[in-house]
Write a protein of this length. Structure first.
Length: 77
């Protein structure tokens, strides 16, 4: 995915360089590269963010379970 993003930045950068004015080049780069690519990378990373959140929740639950367990492991009784 990263190689596609780099190639797209290159292509749109060349498009922006061929624009007649600097403002048109900046607008072209923003609307053809930065906004769509940012949206695509955000959507593509949503699965990774979910997995990281689940792992953090799992680690927090395990930490709570360990702190609630008796220290000697024999239990009360």
């Amino acid at each position: 995915m990263l190689i596609v993003a780099i190639a797209w930045i290159y292509v749109v950068g060349l498009m922006a360089l061929t624009e007649p004015t600097v403002v048109a080049g900046i607008v072209t780069f923003l609307f053809y590269c930065v906004l769509p690519l940012g949206t695509l990378m955000y959507i593509a990373g949503s699965g990774r963010r979910k997995a990281r959140r689940r792992a953090e929740q799992r680690a927090a639950m395990e930490a709570r379970a360990e702190s609630a367990a008796p220290a000697d492991g024999k239990g009360e009784g």
